[in-house]
Design a protein around this ligand. Structure first.
Ligand SMILES: NC(=O)c1ccc[n+]([C@@H]2O[C@H](COP(=O)([O-])OP(=O)(O)OC[C@H]3O[C@@H](n4cnc5c(N)ncnc54)[C@H](O)[C@@H]3O)[C@@H](O)[C@H]2O)c1
Length: 443
């Protein structure tokens, strides 16, 4: 099939590369000239395991190409994916300016019947607006469908190639047939293609992300209760996760959700619900809990070291909002680091892949260590934000020797509280009160 993917950011690149890998001719288009020039040289600006070789091999095979000429990409294709960003507007709703701009370009470039698919995460009703923009500029038939993307950053290729399910919101039997055919190589192991009406597909994406965010905020609330009641949230997590009606995913307490999707999608769904007169109170609560949780490591550090951190070195392990990505959008680490800098601390940070991103964000206000242990020299505390594998079993002796005060604030519950106490650390984690009591006692 001949496919255009408009928007060559995270989602557009992954979708374009995977669709080319399954034999289609794919043109990825973007208005960012610099990005397209770099992509044509095989340079990829995002860190995503497996993406670079996939792009390289499909470029070489001639199935994948990159262009800034969006009209030309549309003309050359029967199927056009819209994969541009939908950043939040001031009122919290999803900003549709890029999506509608692409719709106008498609309308002006139509040279035959086409299927246009919104892959960007867009509020219910957007496909109708896209269709209206296109139809007001052409007499050719256009089908506008919704195909929300559920992949996870860090496992994006695997998720696209072997999705749990493919959701297709379609406006005609013809579109359903073409898209079922397009996705059939990705569901050969019996995964489902769910064909539904367009508004249901649009809502499904927001409902999925908001459900996952709700589980996270729920567990963070339970973690708070565990601390106050002298319970262990890990035990509670296992106790409820083994119930097949609940399941064990997304029950880890931590320092709140971040990233490019959950915060904006929960906010946008709450906005849509309010606009349409549905009760959004559950999502308001989810967001409030998350806002509080993102500050928790900073508050616990200040409880122990005081408000004035001038002259204190604080080590930070982990900057990305989760492992296997360099994405720092809405990362809890930003909240901690800004709070530390405001209080005069010297911050020395390590992350296996996100330091370029962090340099861009913090400039020379933060120092970066090449090796995680190098961040610890003379540190009054270590704050852990991301559960990268190398942080899970570190050389504790080396840590103790390097730090001025052996205070570890662990936002990911990587270590056993009793063992940490035995090793001589003041150890603070999430939802495990025994550790907190012990560490306060020894601090
Ligand atoms: N990142 C994720 O994990 C993820 C997962 C599922 C869904 N989504 C959704 O996918 C969409 C895209 O997200 P992303 O992370 O890829 O965004 P991104 O910011 O990485 O990329 C968007 C790209 O669109 C380009 N663009 C903007 N306007 C354009 C125009 N008029 N014509 C051509 N190109 C244009 C930008 O230059 C940019 O390269 C969003 O709606 C997001 O919510 C993202």
């Amino acid at each position: 099939m001949k496919i255009a993917v408009v928007g060559s950011g995270y989602i557009g690149l992954v979708a374009g590369a995977c669709l080319a890998e399954s034999g289609n001719d794919v043109i990825c288009a973007d208005i960012d000239q610099d990005k397209i020039e770099r992509l044509n040289r095989g340079e990829i600006s995002i860190f995503e395991p497996g993406l670079e070789p996939l792009i390289e091999s499909n470029l070489e095979a001639g199935r994948l190409s990159f262009t800034t000429d969006v009209p030309q990409a549309v003309c050359a294709s029967d199927i056009v994916f819209i994969a541009v960003g939908t950043p939040p507007d001031e009122d919290g709703s999803a900003g549709l300016q890029h999506v509608l701009a692409v719709a106008r370009t498609i309308g002006e470039s139509m040279n035959g019947e086409k299927i246009v698919i919104t892959k960007s995460t867009v509020p219910v009703g957007t496909a109708n607006r896209v269709k209206a923009e296109i139809e007001s500029r052409t007499k050719h038939v256009v089908h506008v469908c919704s195909n929300p993307e559920f992949l996870k950053e860090g496992a994006a290729i695997e998720d696209f190639m072997r999705p749990d399910r493919v959701v297709l919101g379609v406006d005609s039997e013809h579109a359903a047939e073409v898209l079922r055919d397009l996705y059939s190589p990705f569901v050969r192991t019996g995964r489902e293609i769910l064909i539904m009406d367009v508004p249901s597909a649009e809502i499904t994406k927001y409902a999925a992300n908001s459900m996952l965010a709700t589980r996270i905020s729920f567990m963070n609330s339970i973690a708070q209760l565990c601390e106050k009641a002298g319970a262990d949230v890990n035990a509670v997590r296992q106790g409820i996760g083994s119930d097949t009606r609940i399941g064990s995913s997304f029950l880890f307490p931590g320092i709140g959700y971040g990233g490019s999707c959950f915060p904006k999608d929960v906010q946008a769904l709450a906005r849509t619900m309010s606009d349409l007169g549905a009760d959004a109170s559950i999502l308001q609560a989810v967001q409030e809990v998350n806002r509080r949780q993102k500050r928790i490591l900073l508050e616990r550090l200040v409880d122990r070291l005081g408000e004035d951190l001038a002259g204190r070195t604080i080590a930070v392990w982990g900057l990305a909002f989760k492992p296997n990505t360099d994405d720092m959008r809405e990362a809890p680490s930003i909240v901690t680091i800004e709070g530390l800098l405001e209080r005069g601390a010297r911050v020395v940070a390590h992350d296996p892949v996100a330091t370029d991103e962090a340099r861009h964000r913090f400039g020379d206000r933060v120092e970066f260590a090449e090796v995680n242990y190098d961040a610890l020299h003379g540190a009054a505390a270590l704050v852990i934000h991301t559960e990268w594998h190398p942080y899970r079993r570190p050389d504790f002796e080396r840590m103790l020797n390097a730090m001025e005060r052996p205070l570890v604030l662990d936002g990911r519950n990587l270590y056993d509280p009793d063992q940490m106490a035995e090793r001589g650390f003041e150890y603070v984690s999430i939802g495990r009160s025994a550790a907190t009591v012990r560490s306060e006692g020894s601090g």
